[in-house]
Design a protein around this ligand. Structure first.
Ligand SMILES: Nc1ncnc2c1ncn2[C@@H]1O[C@H](COP(=O)(O)OP(=O)(O)OP(=O)(O)O)[C@@H](O)[C@H]1O
Ligand SMILES: O=C(O)C1=C[C@@H](O)[C@@H](O)[C@H](O)C1
Ligand SMILES: [Mg+2]
Length: 172
């Protein structure tokens, strides 16, 4: 079954774009972070606080494998870090996987995250200056993994509708 997998840094728009793409294509959308929260019966923040990041990454890997194995067509929105752990980046290359990196600049990410960081434990306690530096370094470290996706879509200065259109062209 075909899996359309959206990936990229926190705040690049995976969940927002996937929801809109799902409405247009009628392909059901699964958000990996939400699936993990439902399975653990805890928020992502609570999983990090109670069990730590290593435990979260284990759950994340297991859930990603499970979603890829399901027998329906799906749009899967990954967590920001998913491709960067447990060899998950290799799963982006599977035959039935259309993996798409939503590529955003540091400025775009910063402006989307700065007022919206409390549910993202990696940046929740940072001030604005710390956040900008963190995003720059972290994005650099993660780019290798994000670039393993089969397709890349630049989301800077693009509306949700324009990005959805770009993805529809890849899928055509
Ligand atoms: N053109 C755009 N495309 C996508 N999101 C946009 C756009 N403009 C503004 N936004 C906003 O940017 C934020 C993107 O957050 P979203 O939760 O979709 O990202 P995410 O990649 O799923 O992040 P996370 O990895 O933390 O789950 C949302 O608040 C969304 O409304
Ligand atoms: O970038 C990350 O490592 C994360 C992004 C979020 O989607 C969540 O998966 C979690 O907060 C970790
Ligand atoms: Mg999301």
């Amino acid at each position: 079954m075909k899996k359309i997998v959206l990936l990229g840094y926190m705040g690049c728009g995976k969940s927002t774009i996937a929801q809109n793409l799902s409405k247009i294509t009628n392909i059901p959308f699964l958000d990996l972070d939400k699936c993990i929260e439902e399975r653990a019966n805890l928020s992502i923040n609570e999983i990090f606080e109670k069990h730590g990041e290593v435990y979260f990454r284990k759950l994340e890997h297991e859930m990603f494998v499970e979603l890829l194995q399901s027998l329906e067509n799906n749009i899967i929105g990954l967590g920001g870090g998913t491709p960067c752990y447990a060899n998950n980046h290799e799963l982006l290359k599977g035959d039935d996987v259309v993996s798409i990196y939503l590529k955003a600049s540091i400025d775009t990410l910063y402006s989307r995250l700065v007022h919206n960081k409390s549910k993202r434990p990696l940046i929740a306690n940072m001030n604005e200056e710390e956040m900008k530096e963190f995003i720059a370094k972290h994005l650099f470290d993660r780019s290798f993994y994000y670039n393993q996706a089969k397709h890349k879509v630049s989301v800077d200065d693009r509306s949700v509708e324009e990005t959805v259109q770009d993805i529809l062209e890849i899928l055509a």
